[in-house]
Design a protein around this ligand. Structure first.
Ligand SMILES: Nc1ncnc2c1ncn2[C@@H]1O[C@H](COP(=O)(O)OP(=O)(O)OP(=O)(O)O)[C@@H](O)[C@H]1O
Ligand SMILES: [Mg+2]
Length: 378
C-alpha cells in the first residue's frame, strides 16, 4: 500500500507540496512547491510515524513565508459576477481569462464541483489555493494516488485507542457491551480524513476541497466519489450518514493521464486549462517575478510561446516559464542569447529528447523567430 500524507499547517500559507515517498523508507522528497516568487519554504522537517494498521504516514511541518498577503482572511461573499470572479483571483495574482472566470463563477453560484483538466504546470491546483485564500475559506487537499482508499481519503477508526479503551473498560469491570460498543465507535475514536473534514461546518464558511490529480486514482475510488459529490454526504456504517450543511467548494484537477468516468464529469462543470496567450503569460511573469526586466520578460515569454509550437514530448507550462524567468534574473541576464538559452534549457524542458531536439542551430533559429515576432508586435 502506498503511504498517505498528512498536512500540518493547512491553509493558504501552506507550501503547495506534492510529495512522493518510498514505502517503508524515510526517504521523502518535496517534489514541488509554490513558485519561488510566490512563497519560499523557510523551514521544513518531516518524521515518519507509525499509525495503527499497516500504513506508514509521513508528517510534514512546512513553514512558508508568503510573498503577498491577501487583504483579508475574513470569510467573504461569493463573487456576484464573472468580472468579480476574475478580479477576486487577480487579488492573489492569479490571472484568469474570461472563460475560466465564467465557469468558476457558475460553479460557485450553482454550488457545483469544478473539474479542471490541462497539461502539467498550467495553474490548475493554484486555482483552489487562490480561491481558499481570497474567499477566506479553509483549504482541504486530497492528493490522489494509485491505491488511494477510504481509510486515507474519508475516515479510519483509531484501533490502538479503541483497544486501550476496551482494556480500561475491562479493568474497570464494565460489562455493558452495547454501551462499550457505542463508546468506541463514537467521534472520539474517528480519524477524519480530507473528504470527511470537508463536510464539517466551519465558521469561516464551507471549505475549499481540492481533489488533486484524480486521474492517478483507480475507478473504484472514482465511483465512491460519486456519492460524496452528488449528495455531499458519506456513510459510516457504525455511526450513520454525515451530510454537509453547506457543501464545500470542490475543485477537481486532472492531468488527463487517463479519461475520468462520464458519471463523475456529469456532476461537475468542466474547464480545460490551456496555455495562456502571450499577453497573459507576460502579465503573469511580471506579477510573479517582479525582479525580471521588461526586455527579458518579453523575450522569455515569446521564446516559450515559440517553443510550444515545436513538436516536443512535453511543452513548458507556466510554472516552467516562471522558473526560467527567475533563473535568468538570478544569473543577471538582461537579454537572451543562444549560449544562455542552451545552458539553461533544463529549467524549461525536462526530457532529454526534447533538449536534444533543440541542440545545434535550432535555438538560434527560434531566437531569430522570436526577435522578429517581437519587432512586428512593436
Ligand atoms: N493564470 C495564472 N496566473 C498566475 N499564476 C499562474 C497562472 N497559471 C499558472 N500559474 C503559476 O504556475 C505555477 C504552476 O501552477 P500549478 O501548480 O497550479 O499547475 P498545475 O496545472 O496544477 O500543474 P500540475 O499538473 O503539474 O500539478 C504556479 O506557480 C502558479 O502560480
Ligand atoms: Mg497541480
Amino acid at each position: 500500500m502506498m503511504p498517505s500524507f498528512t498536512d500540518r499547517n493547512p491553509g493558504p500559507q501552506d507550501a503547495s507540496a506534492a510529495r512522493t515517498a518510498n514505502k517503508g523508507s524515510v526517504d521523502c522528497i518535496i517534489t514541488k512547491y509554490n513558485h519561488r516568487g510566490y512563497c519560499n519554504i523557510v523551514q521544513s522537517s518531516m518524521s515518519p510515524t507509525r499509525f495503527p494498521g499497516e500504513q506508514l504516514k509521513f508528517m510534514y511541518d512546512v513553514k512558508v513565508q508568503p510573498r503577498f498577503t491577501v487583504k483579508s482572511s475574513i470569510p467573504r461573499q461569493l463573487p456576484a459576477s464573472i468580472d468579480a470572479t476574475v478580479a477576486l483571483l487577480a487579488e492573489a495574482e492569479y490571472l484568469a481569462d474570461r472563460s475560466l472566470g465564467t465557469v468558476l463563477y457558475l460553479a460557485l453560484k450553482m454550488g457545483r464541483p469544478i473539474f479542471l483538466e490541462g497539461e502539467a504546470g498550467v495553474g490548475k491546483t493554484e486555482i483552489a489555493k487562490v480561491l481558499s485564500a481570497t474567499l477566506g475559506r479553509r483549504l482541504i487537499r486530497l492528493q490522489c494516488y494509485e491505491g488511494l482508499d477510504v481509510a486515507a481519503a474519508v475516515y479510519e477508526w483509531n484501533y490502538a485507542a479503541q483497544m486501550i479503551a476496551i482494556r480500561v473498560a475491562e479493568a474497570e469491570g464494565e460489562h455493558d457491551r452495547a454501551r462499550l460498543e457505542r463508546d468506541i465507535f463514537s467521534e472520539r475514536f474517528l480519524i477524519k480524513r480530507p473528504l470527511l473534514q470537508a463536510l464539517e461546518p466551519d465558521t469561516a464558511g464551507a471549505p475549499v476541497l481540492l481533489i488533486d490529480e484524480i486521474d492517478r486514482t483507480d475507478e473504484a475510488f472514482e465511483a465512491f466519489l460519486l456519492e460524496v459529490l452528488s449528495d455531499f454526504q458519506v456513510t459510516i456504517p457504525e455511526m450513520g450518514t454525515v451530510k454537509a450543511a453547506h457543501p464545500p467548494v470542490v475543485v477537481i484537477t486532472s492531468n488527463r493521464t487517463r479519461e475520468v468516468h462520464d458519471a463523475l464529469k456529469r456532476r461537475c462543470l468542466y474547464h480545460w486549462v490551456g496555455y495562456p496567450s502571450a499577453e497573459r503569460e507576460l502579465a503573469i511573469v511580471r506579477a510573479k517575478v517582479p525582479g525580471v526586466g521588461k526586455k527579458l520578460s518579453e523575450q522569455v515569454v515569446a521564446f516559450v510561446q515559440a517553443l510550444r509550437k515545436q513538436d516536443l514530448f512535453k511543452s513548458p507550462g507556466v510554472a516552467e516559464t516562471l522558473d526560467w524567468a527567475s533563473a535568468l534574473s538570478e544569473l543577471d541576464v538582461v537579454a537572451l542569447d543562444p549560449a544562455t538559452v542552451s545552458d539553461t534549457l533544463g529549467v524549461l524542458l525536462k526530457y532529454q529528447d526534447d533538449i536534444a531536439r533543440l541542440e545545434g542551430s535550432k535555438v538560434k533559429e527560434l531566437l531569430d523567430e522570436m526577435k522578429s515576432d517581437l519587432r512586428a508586435a512593436e
